[in-house]
Structures are given as C-alpha cells and as structure tokens.
Design a protein around this ligand. Sequence first.
Ligand code: SIN
Ligand code: FE2
Length: 225
Amino acid sequence: MQRDYGHEAFVQGCGGKGTTDLNKKRLNAGCFLFPQFFGAAAQQLILEEIRAVIEEAPFFTPRMPRTGKPFSVAMTNCGPLGWVSDKDGGYRYESVHPETGRAWPPIPSPLHDAWARLTGFAQPPQACLVNYYSRGAKLGLHRDEDEKDFSAPIMSVSLGDSAIFKLGGLKRRDPVESIELHTGDVLIMGDESRLRYHGISRVLAGTSSLLDEGGRINLTLRYVE
Ligand code: SIN
Ligand code: FE2
C-alpha cells in the first residue's frame, strides 16, 4: 500500500492560486472546506443527475465485515469503481452493483469539473460513493483506506439537510472536532489529512428543502488505484 502525502499538484490545486477566488476555509493541513461551492442551481442539477444514478443503480444496504451488521446509511455508486461492503467480502471496490450485477453509471460532469478544480489532481476520480442518510442515520468514525493510492485527495459534496461532521486525527483516539456541513458544501481531505478519521454523528432534520423526502445525500469522490 502506497502512502504518499506529498502530492505537489494537490497542494497547488487546493491550497494555492487555483482556488484563491473561492470562499475557502482551511481546517487542517490538506483539509479544506469550500462552503456553498455549489449554489442552488448547481445543487439542483447535480441532484437530478444523482437521481438518475439511483434509478440505474438502486441504493443497497452495506453490511459490516464479519458481523454482517447493517449500516444505517444506504449506499450506491457511480464511476468505474464502486465501494461495497458485506459480511464475507468486507470493504472493497467492485466494478458492478452487488445486487443488479450491472456496471455503475458514470460520474456526473459537474462533479468531474469540481474535482479537477478543487483537488488539482491530474487523473479523474474513479469512484463516487453516494450515501443517503435518512432520519437517525449516522456513520461511525473511520478512515478512507480501501484505496491503493493515497496521493489523491478525497472530495466530499453535501446535499440536503445539514450534518455534524466529526473530524479527528490520524489515530482513532486523537481529539475530534465537530464541523457543520451544509447543502452545497465541498470538503477536501488530502495530503496530511488524507487518512484522518472522520464520520457523521447526526443529520439535522428539516434544515434544507432540497430533498423532497428529507435527509441528506453525501457524494464522496475518490481515486482508487
Ligand atoms: C464518508 O465518510 O463516507 C461520508 C462522509 C459524509 O457523509 O459527509
Ligand atoms: Fe469516509
């Protein structure tokens, strides 16, 4: 497994001149929040494209390795690879949906464009995990470490209700801070922050009217191998 924290293109693209005109908050080395990067019209457009993704690749319930305990977050993917998890196979990337056996639909172009602009990474994203948090859903503290290549940052897009995002350190027991993520926000975790622990402790019901059904969609884009 390659652990490369010093990606120059990332540092230039994310921390440097490519994004100085944007509203940007540095949370940690390599970790940046772009509040409202996507305005209302862009959010609507991305949502329409993600609804088409869900139609083609319906949400499934991932299960924890070994115990088989279901996640409270429903998931699907778009892009050449999709993140899946089940009792026997564990966390991994697959090129087809676990239930339909079909290839994942492509990643919508506005997400490709945002990736190019905000990560500065030369290659396009290979996986876009679509998480849906209905009332009460949460995601425990974890690191994104199922990828073979850590030189690319992770890009996360929030749509719908606001959520409390927990941002920890490189060790599980490190102190954790709480950051509120709102619809349209983009969070980048790269460089020294690529393997930080993170999770979602709570979704704040009724804080956005973007999703008719309520809840929150999160899109996590990654370069895998
Ligand atoms: C994740 O870590 O996979 C999702 C984080 C989020 O929902 O904001
Ligand atoms: Fe994650």
